[in-house]
Ligand binder design. Structure first.
Ligand code: CTP
Length: 410
């Protein structure tokens, strides 16, 4: 699986650097071409010569020194690699990578690299749990960088807690998994999911919003990642953490969501539009905070574009899924939206029912298929409903007829 794969290991200055010698050795034995770059601090823990002996390749430390025989070392190293592993990754490295700082060979190479990056942080528990480090990890995850969580145990600094570099076997197994050919239902497919509520500005301080938590859409995105898809999650307002292993795009208004969705529409296989998009926006949002004066204040609203309807008009082979959050005549209204927006199926729910709707972790939904067949689901977690939706999207994309325009009542 790793035969002839080009793997670049970046070692930063942590005590666990010695464990990475074993990782390099295993990768090499598995047939990979391994190159190593180190920060200067890392060389205080392990000698470059050790990595050189293990990999059979020169080790790179200096931006303008030992790599002179490479044309432009950072670009050449970035071009060489199918995967970059950074282990151990210090808090300082995470901060630099999150903010695009390129002040040595290792960080510059990362910036010039656009394929898979796996980072294995290792540090003192307090440094790991520091909000600064956590925020940097969140930035990197949102960019699609894979993070191998540190293990808990005795740390070199004498503390017991989270921060240990995982054992070499685990790091190796994670790399193998990255290169494993996938046979999952959505492997090779690209799925765009929207989630959360849009925010329509009244002035720089106030906005018109809605009660969407984003949870349904975030669960759908996670489920699509688990099914092997490449996922883009475009999110309006939500308090939730961006899920791992996907491209996360945060927007505010319906117009911004439209722009982001249209930008990727041509390249995706399916769009699942679970966002609560505001139907109207303030015509002229005030540039400055509106001061209170008269007893009444009138806001003029103008209609927002219906993003899903627009996609329905543009679509060629894409699968399109919509949501209908209703308070009455659920099936009738949902079916109307299904037809008007040219969808493959629509997920309808009564947001006033107990255990469904906003801010709760369960949902009670029906799926209405093009052609009118209906599946009624019992109350279930949003995660389970997300999985059902993804199964159906996969079935349509793989044309396996598992759900024959589904006339199933579950
Ligand atoms: N939707 C959209 N753009 C809008 C409004 C809605 O893309 N401006 C999408 C939603 O993400 C959802 C579906 O259309 O998947 C239905 O949204 P909903 O608000 O239930 O329906 P509307 O078409 O806005 O109709 P109404 O508000 O009158 O019920």
């Amino acid at each position: 699986m790793l035969d002839k794969k080009n793997i670049l290991i970046g070692v930063t200055g942590g005590i666990a650097a010695y464990k990475v010698v074993e990782v390099a050795s295993r990768l090499k034995k598995a047939g990979a071409n391994v190159r190593v770059m180190m920060t200067r601090a890392a060389t205080e823990f392990v000698s470059p010569r050790t990595f050189q002996e293990i990999t059979g390749n020169a080790v790179f430390v200096e931006m303008f020194g030992d790599a002179a025989h490479f044309h432009v070392a950072h670009v050449a190293l970035a071009d060489f690699a199918d995967l970059v592993l950074i282990a151990p990754a210090t808090a300082n490295f995470l901060a630099k990578a999150a903010h695009g700082i390129a002040d040595d060979l290792l960080t510059t190479t990362i910036l010039a690299f656009d394929k898979e990056i796996l980072i294995a942080p290792s540090m003192n528990t307090k440094m790991y749990e520091n909000p600064a480090t956590q925020a940097n990890l969140a930035i990197l995850k949102a960019r699609g960088v894979k993070i191998l969580e540190p293990a808990s145990g005795n740390l070199a600094c004498g503390v017991v807690g989270k921060g240990r570099l995982p054992e070499p076997e685990e790091i190796f197994a994670t790399i193998e998994k990255i290169f494993a050919p996938s046979t999952k239902a959505l492997s090779g497919k690209k799925i765009l999911v929207t989630a959360g509520g849009t925010v329509e500005a009244i002035d720089p301080v106030r906005y018109i919003g809605n009660r969407s938590s984003g949870r349904m859409g975030y669960e759908i995105a996670k489920s699509a990642v688990n099914a092997g898809a490449e996922v883009i999650l475009i999110s309006g307002k939500s308090e939730l953490e961006p899920p791992n292993d996907l491209k996360f795009i945060k927007i505010e208004s319906a117009l911004q969501m439209r722009e982001a969705v249209l930008k990727d529409f041509d390249s995706v296989d399916a769009v699942i539009m679970s966002a609560a998009v505001a139907d109207y926006r303030v015509k002229n949002p005030a540039a400055q905070k509106i001061k209170k004066s008269a007893d009444t204040l009138t806001l003029e609203l103008v209609k927002n574009p219906d993003i899903l309807k627009e996609l329905g008009g543009l679509k060629n082979s894409q699968v399109l899924v919509g949501f209908a959050a209703e308070t009455q005549n659920i099936l009738e209204y949902a079916n109307k939206k299904l037809v008007e927006k040219n969808l493959d199926f629509i997920v309808a729910n009564d947001v006033t029912a107990e255990g469904a709707g906003f801010g709760v972790s369960t949902n009670i939904a029906s799926i209405i298929w093009r052609g009118g067949n209906v599946e009624n689901f019992p109350k279930m977690s949003k995660a389970d409903l997300a999985e059902k939706i993804i199964e159906r999207v996969a079935s349509l994309l793989n044309n396996d007829k598992k759900f024959p325009a589904a006339n199933v009542n579950q």
